[in-house]
Design a protein around this ligand. Structure first.
Ligand code: GDP
Length: 194
């Protein structure tokens, strides 16, 4: 996998010696079309491929990251691929997830409203110690922006979420998003994250 690269927070110099292998279940939630699959492909393959599309069922990808103390973190990434439309299936999907990434499209207010719905749902029914990230994607489309940075920031602050705006198209902030998640996971060691 790709190294997380240069983040001071990930430097485990102050931590006890001894490496671990962790599995982290990570789910993506958000309206169809906000860019969930593209974000995952950016992270896992370093590519933006708007043509690749899973048509049926959830897709599953994994990405292993090796930290400086040789701890390996294997992200098991679940992408709903449209199943978010079937609300009844959602709990099956996010059950046991250590990390949830809730994505909206900054050019689409409805998708922001839906993201808030998912945050509430996860806070109610997800793991009590779930790591939640709110992501405003398509940040490259500034001229079409409908959701302000402030709206995202304020909602995230009120609800104790990590917030970042990304572009899967330009790769802007994609690594930063996963570095933050990795850092939060690392902080929770030695809990079982899988
Ligand atoms: P999903 O349904 O949430 O998985 O969304 P997809 O990843 O399939 O993306 C939906 C559409 O949005 C595709 O046409 C992508 O090319 C486009 N898209 C995804 N991310 C971005 C982005 O950051 N910027 C722009 N401009 N388009 C994006």
């Amino acid at each position: 996998g790709r190294a997380s690269g240069g983040s001071g927070r990930l430097n485990p110099k102050n931590r006890a010696a001894g490496s671990k292998n962790l599995r982290v279940k990570l789910v993506l939630l958000g309206d169809s079309g906000v860019g969930k699959s593209c974000i995952v492909l950016r992270f896992v393959r370093g590519q933006f491929d708007p043509t690749s599309k899973v048509t049926v069922g959830a897709s599953f990808l994994s990405q292993t990251i090796v930290l400086q103390d040789s701890t390996t973190v294997k992200f098991e990434i679940w992408d709903t691929a449209g199943q978010e439309r079937y609300a009844a299936l959602a709990p099956l999907y996010y059950r046991g997830a250590a990390v949830a990434v809730v994505v909206y499209d900054i050019t689409n207010s409805d998708s922001f409203a839906k993201a808030k719905y998912w945050v509430k749902e996860l806070q109610k029914h997800g793991r009590s110690d779930i790591i939640l990230a709110l992501v405003g994607n398509k940040a490259d489309l500034q001229e079409e922006r409908k959701v302000s940075v402030q709206d995202g920031t304020e909602y995230a602050e009120k609800n104790g979420l990590f917030f970042i705006e990304t572009s899967a198209k330009t790769a802007d902030n994609i690594n930063e998003l996963f570095e933050e998640i990795l850092s939060d996971c690392y902080d929770q060691l030695p809990r079982d994250l899988a």
